[in-house]
Write a protein that binds this ligand. Sequence first.
Ligand code: E4P
Length: 219
Amino acid sequence: MKFFLDTADVAEIKSLVETGLVDGVTTNPTLIAQSGRRFKDAIAEICALVPGPVSAEVTATDLKGMLEEGRCLAKIASNVTIKVPLTLEGLKACRIFTNEGIKVNVTLCFSAAQAILAAKAGATFISPFIGRLDDIGETGMALIHQIVEIYGNYPTFKTEVLAASVRSPLHVVDAALAGADVVTLPPKVLRQLYNHPLTEKGISSFLADWEKTGQTILE
Ligand code: E4P
């Protein structure tokens, strides 16, 4: 399972890349706005930090605009992945970008039917939004299960399932159980993954007992 970071905060990305756990990054217009950075500068910096795919989202809603913006963003670095919304125009843009050899992340997916269309359009990644479905009283994870199963039925579908809108470590574990190829994590959730009170408690008691031996490992 690949881990992408869901942030445009360059300092956060820099510190978490050092863990060796980060395979890519996803951004969206909201995350760029939160970063306070110029979009293209932030993407260039992130692409230099992370060798894997870095998603940069178009803001045009018509095909011509999406193609212009996507091609402009794709020039920033070879690891830029263009994010397009799951609309008819977005699917058309997806097919064209894919045919041009540009990686595409089809975002804002809320149904299995939409995910089938993204795979047929040649998307590199489909981003079903788990948390936003949970927010409206649906079960976001059920969608991940459906898409993984459907894509598994058709070996010609090469699209990877990227679990997005992740809010908790439980989402990560459940997405892994469902067989998602990628999960994109807010930095806070990545940090929550390794914290466990019993690990902390165990370290304290081991160190207390070790001190009683009076030994040092490097002596
Ligand atoms: C990532 O690609 C998505 O844009 C992001 O995960 C959305 O998360 P949110 O629903 O918490 O805003």
